[in-house]
Structure formats: structure tokens, C-alpha cells
Design a binder for this molecule. Structure first.
Ligand code: ATP
Ligand code: MG
Length: 233
């Protein structure tokens, strides 16, 4: 990686240290319900942050862990930004929130990133006393029957499907209608309608359109510094 501008480099180093501290504090007091927000986060934006915070509040969680996918198995259509960049952006975006921290579990694990492996990992770390909630957009959850080892995954965690503009929850209910097991495991939560997506941000950046106010300032600075999305994705 090229060198960052010194001020941003300093800020990133500090944000990574704070993230480590938040992780250590979480390990000693995980809270009964643990929220895990997976995604490509290419880049992380306010849609992700608002969804995670709404879930945290509504489900009485003391923290939400962001898990950037190392090698997303489903996203081969465009060139995905290096995992380390996506991790750094997530760390910068969550720095100011003591309830959010970013896990490297998928970034450091070789091979495709499957949710089931990540949940096995957190289950192993925590033991059986805690409830794990995998937070996902309702759009992503519609694909759930294609996920690896779905029956094991359903034993490991609950799912919180957050609604996102343009996605009809009825579709999810219909699709899951024949699976009592899945319906029992899914909670649905409406979050303020933010029609922000990473795809749109990447496109805007490549067209020299503003991306300000769609994502945290430090993340925008990071993207600018590395010109991450200069080419159309
Ligand atoms: P892309 O456009 O590249 O697919 P994305 O904006 O959907 O990016 P992801 O990293 O794919 O971001 O999403 C991670 C998780 O966050 C997914 O479960 C997705 O459904 C959810 N999500 C993404 N954007 C929003 C939003 N604006 N509001 C609520 N949930 C969102
Ligand atoms: Mg997506």
C-alpha cells in the first residue's frame, strides 16, 4: 500500500488502536446478545451504520461487530477492493462509536468468506451462553437458502433482516413460508429508509460526482487518498 497523507495515517493508526481496545473490552463483557454485521463494505457507508445502530438499540445489544468479508464468494462481478482497505475504512467509520468494533476474522482467514465459518468462530469464542444475531439487509437474506451449511447456520444464530428501500419484505415472508425453522430464526426490523449503496458510491466517485454526506468524512478522505474508485466498478 502507498503511504497515506501523514495526518490521515496518524488518524488511522489511532483508530486501529482504539478498535483493538474496544475488542478487548468486548471480550471481557460481550453482553448477552451479540450483533454481527457482515458485508463487503466496499466502501462502508451511513446505510450500514444506521442499520447497525438501530438494531443495537431495538435489540438491547451492547455492541455490534462489523465483519468485512475477506473474499466474498458471491461478488465476482466487479473488482473488489483489497480487504485491508475495506477493513481500514470500517475502522475509521466506527471509531467514534464505543458500541461498534471491526473484526479481522474474515480478512485474515484464507479462502472464500462464508458466514457459517464466522459464526462458528464467534460461537467458539463465546460458548453457548450468548445469543448471536447476524444482521443483514432483507435483500441479502432473500438469498439465504443458497448460503453454505444453512441448517447449521440456523442453529448457530438468529437473523435480523433490516429493510432497505426497494426491497419487499413480503417476498422474504413468502420465500420462507415453507421453512418454519427459518421463520422462527428471522426477526425483521425497519430502519430509516436510506437508499445509499456502495455500488452507487463507487459509481459516483468514478464519475467525479460528490460522495460527501453518504459516508463518514474520514472514509471519504481515505478513498480520495488512494483514489480507490477512480475506475468504473
Ligand atoms: P453493494 O452495492 O456493493 O452490494 P451494499 O451497499 O449493499 O454494497 P454490502 O457491503 O453489500 O453493501 O452490505 C452489507 C450489508 O448491509 C448487507 O446485508 C446489506 O443488505 C446491508 N445494507 C447495505 N446498504 C444498506 C442500507 N442503505 N440500509 C440498510 N442496510 C443496508
Ligand atoms: Mg450489497
Amino acid at each position: 500500500m502507498d503511504r497515506l497523507e501523514p495526518r490521515l495515517e496518524y488518524y488511522l493508526r489511532r483508530a486501529r488502536e482504539i478498535n483493538e481496545l474496544k475488542m478487548k473490552r468486548w471480550m471481557s463483557h460481550p453482553g448477552y446478545r451479540v450483533g454481527i454485521m457482515g458485508g463487503t463494505f466496499d466502501p462502508i457507508h451511513y446505510g450500514h451504520l444506521v442499520a447497525a445502530d438501530t438494531v443495537r438499540h431495538e435489540f438491547n445489544m451492547n455492541s455490534v461487530i462489523f465483519v468485512p468479508a475477506g473474499h466474498p464468494p458471491h461478488k465476482n462481478a466487479y473488482r473488489i477492493t483489497a480487504a485491508e482497505h475495506r477493513y481500514n475504512m470500517a475502522v475509521l467509520a466506527t471509531e467514534s462509536n464505543p458500541c461498534f468494533w471491526v473484526s479481522r476474522v474474515e480478512v485474515d482467514r484464507p479462502g472464500p468468506s462464508y458466514t457459517v465459518d464466522t459464526m462458528r468462530y464467534f460461537r467458539r469464542e463465546l460458548g453457548n451462553r450468548y445469543e448471536l444475531y447476524f444482521i443483514t439487509g432483507a435483500d441479502a437474506l432473500l438469498e439465504i437458502f443458497n448460503w453454505k451449511d444453512i441448517s447449521e447456520l440456523m442453529q448457530l444464530c438468529y437473523f435480523i433482516a433490516v429493510t432497505r428501500p426497494g426491497y419487499d419484505l413480503l417476498q422474504l415472508r413468502e420465500q420462507a413460508a415453507h421453512s418454519r425453522e427459518l421463520l422462527d430464526r428471522v426477526r425483521v426490523l425497519e430502519v430509516p429508509a436510506l437508499s445509499i449503496s456502495s455500488t452507487d458510491i463507487r459509481w459516483r466517485f468514478s464519475q467525479q460526482k460528490p460522495i460527501r454526506y453518504l459516508l463518514p468524512e474520514k472514509v471519504e478522505e481515505y478513498i480520495n487518498c488512494y483514489k480507490l474508485y477512480s475506475l468504473p466498478h
